[in-house]
Design a protein around this ligand. Structure first.
Ligand code: SAM
Length: 181
């Protein structure tokens, strides 16, 4: 039996098919992870260490990790509530580029904030590592999404060590050739 499925790349991802693969992986992984973690932990944190928006294909940012992660958190929160689990979701988005960070702030300013508590930080992830750890605290489960444009000082182990040492955390590190600089 041939189990291969034909997958149609949405129009907004044409020419950036790698982003489609990345976002499909992020969605699938996050949803399963949060539904499992939410069964036994009451607070879940999500950190997008290199959030963008970056090369977005639509003005409502629907094809960015920002919008996708928020949608998954909302969906998981509701599904967990239906199972009698009240879980609070907090999300932190970090972006170095000033223009992109302004767009990010504007977006977070208009999305409904009653289901996921959001915050953004403007600056270099490397410099902001301690602020990120402070925001996480020591107890809550935290998922780190690491999707840099380059890799030096970013996905090298010494750079990530302070985060990797944190207990109760999980990481998804995406590094595609087109992101290298
Ligand atoms: C590959 S893009 C992120 C794409 C986004 N995660 C998505 O999937 O929609 C990388 C982003 O990181 C930002 N960036 C680059 N260097 C950074 C740094 N040192 N600290 C924080 N952000 C940085 C870039 O401006 C860019 O918006």
């Amino acid at each position: 039996m041939n189990s291969e499925k034909n997958i149609t790349v949405p129009e907004s991802y044409r020419g950036r098919e790698q982003a489609f693969v990345k976002h499909t992986l992020l969605k699938t992984y996050l949803e399963r992870l949060f539904m499992i973690i939410g069964l036994f932990q009451s607070h879940i944190r999500y950190v997008d260490c290199f959030s963008g928006p970056w090369q977005e294909g639509s003005s409502d940012l629907r094809d960015t990790s920002i919008s996708i992660s928020l949608e998954i958190m909302r969906r998981c929160r509701r599904a967990l509530l239906e199972r009698g689990r009240k879980v609070s979701f907090h999300a932190l988005y970090i972006e170095k580029d000033k223009h992109a960070h302004t767009k990010l702030q504007e977006y977070l300013g208009v999305v409904p904030g009653n289901e996921v508590v959001t915050k953004s930080l403007h600056g270099d992830f490397f410099e902001l590592r301690q602020s990120v750890l402070d925001w996480c605290g020591s107890d809550d489960f935290t998922f780190f999404f690491i999707d840099p444009k380059g890799w030096k000082r970013v996905v090298e182990i010494p750079t990530l060590t302070p985060l990797l040492q944190r207990p109760n955390a999980e990481f998804l590190i995406w590094s595609s050739n087109s992101n290298y600089s």
